[in-house]
Design a protein around this ligand. Structure first.
Ligand code: UD1
Length: 352
């Protein structure tokens, strides 16, 4: 059986690793890994391959950055001949990035089966590019691997037959479970005992100067009471420069490798983010998470976990922040099937 995996952007790498590892134990499976090159900086890509033990990609499409239409189209154009050449039995696509939807479209047109890992998540907010990618990919997929019950419900509401849906749990948590002991051993990199860890990269938060300025001002305000540590996505860093914004009191540095960032999360007093995966990781770790979004495609992190949506309201951010500092942070539990075995369950469905 020939399985081709397609990855392209940072959050894909933590998801592909456990699935490849589990499939490696099946002798009749031959795996091919294709990297689209959507993320290309060493610290957004290469370092994740090394730390997660992912083999070097068999093919790198080296697409790089561009507008959504350009990037998606370019991935499609470059992936099509690879797919025709490799003739896999199934292509696995991960999450909700542009690489995911681009590959799914190419497969669907060529009649190649698609497995979508992390299917069924919905923010119900079509202004997010990821929501478009999720909707399209799930309509095209033949096997839909969901992380939680809400995923199954969303898919059935959209007319996906129950027989195509496989609730397997959260693959991103597989990587976390495996590497947490090593992450906890990472050195503290000079960080204080208590700090707020911030990440920020969603277009809705960083591409508008007024919104980004308001968020930075809230972070500057809270930094008077707690050190703010901010490994910044290249997009965000560029925007801070473009808009001429002040961020002096914040500890801003480059995006971190997986182990270092996981270590930082596990020791944080509070995490402030607009990422999807970090909402899940903090829920697993039991660390308070304040999410700078009005909605989430991962509602289980709110209903079961430690996540609180604070949206774009600085007052809500501050009141939740001081609730954490006062020792009254929201408590949470680990959702069902977030147990480190999701990759194994996917492999069992695919290859017995
Ligand atoms: C993408 C995903 C998002 C995911 C995020 C994680 C989509 C639609 N979005 O957003 O869901 O949460 O990755 O990081 O696929 N850049 C670099 N170096 C890189 C990659 C990007 O400098 O290695 C800069 C470029 O200026 C680029 C910008 O970041 O234009 C945005 O990159 P892009 O891949 O388009 O989307 P992300 O914002 O990273």
């Amino acid at each position: 059986m020939k399985v081709l995996h397609i990855v392209g952007a940072r959050p894909n790498f933590m998801k592909v690793a456990p699935v490849m590892n589990a499939l490696n134990t099946r002798n009749h499976v031959v795996q091919t890994l294709v990297h689209t090159g959507q993320h290309y900086d060493a610290n957004m890509s290469d370092v994740f391959f090394a730390q997660l033990g992912i083999p070097a990609p068999d093919v790198n499409l080296a697409v790089g950055s561009g507008t959504h239409a350009w990037q998606t189209a370019e991935i499609m154009t470059r992936f099509e001949p690879v797919l025709l050449d490799r003739q896999p039995d199934i292509v696995l696509v991960y999450g909700d990035v542009n690489s995911t939807v681009a590959a799914a479209l190419v497969c669907a047109k060529l009649g190649v089966r698609i497995g979508h890992v992390e299917a069924g998540l919905r923010s119900f907010d079509r202004s997010m590019p990821e929501e478009i990618n999720r909707l399209v990919t799930d309509q095209l997929a033949d096997m839909l691997f969901t992380p939680s019950e809400d995923g199954d419900t969303n898919l059935q509401r959209e007319g996906i037959p129950a027989g195509k849906i496989f609730r397997v749990g959260n693959v991103m948590i597989d990587s976390l479970v495996k590497l947490l002991p090593a992450a906890r051993c990472q050195n503290r990199q000079g960080l204080p005992e208590r700090y707020a860890l911030v990440t920020l990269h969603r277009p809705g938060n960083v591409d508008d100067g007024i919104i980004l300025k308001r968020i930075l001002q809230s972070l500057l305000d809270v930094s008077r009471d707690l050190c703010v540590v901010f490994p910044a996505h290249p997009r965000t860093r560029q925007r801070i420069v473009d808009f001429g914004l002040h961020s002096d009191q914040l500890l801003i540095f480059d995006p971190q490798p997986y182990l270092e960032f996981l270590g930082m999360q596990s020791r944080a007093t509070v995490v402030i983010t607009d990422s999807g995966g970090i909402q899940e990781e903090t829920t697993y770790l039991g660390i308070p998470c304040l999410t700078l979004r009005e909605n989430t495609e991962r509602p289980v992190t709110v209903s079961v976990g430690t996540n609180v949506l604070v949206g774009s309201d600085p007052d809500k951010l501050k009141s939740e922040f001081y609730r954490v500092l006062a020792g009254n942070a929201k408590k949470g539990n680990i959702p069902p099937l977030w147990d480190g075995q999701a990759g194994e369950r996917i492999a069992a469905h695919l290859a017995g």
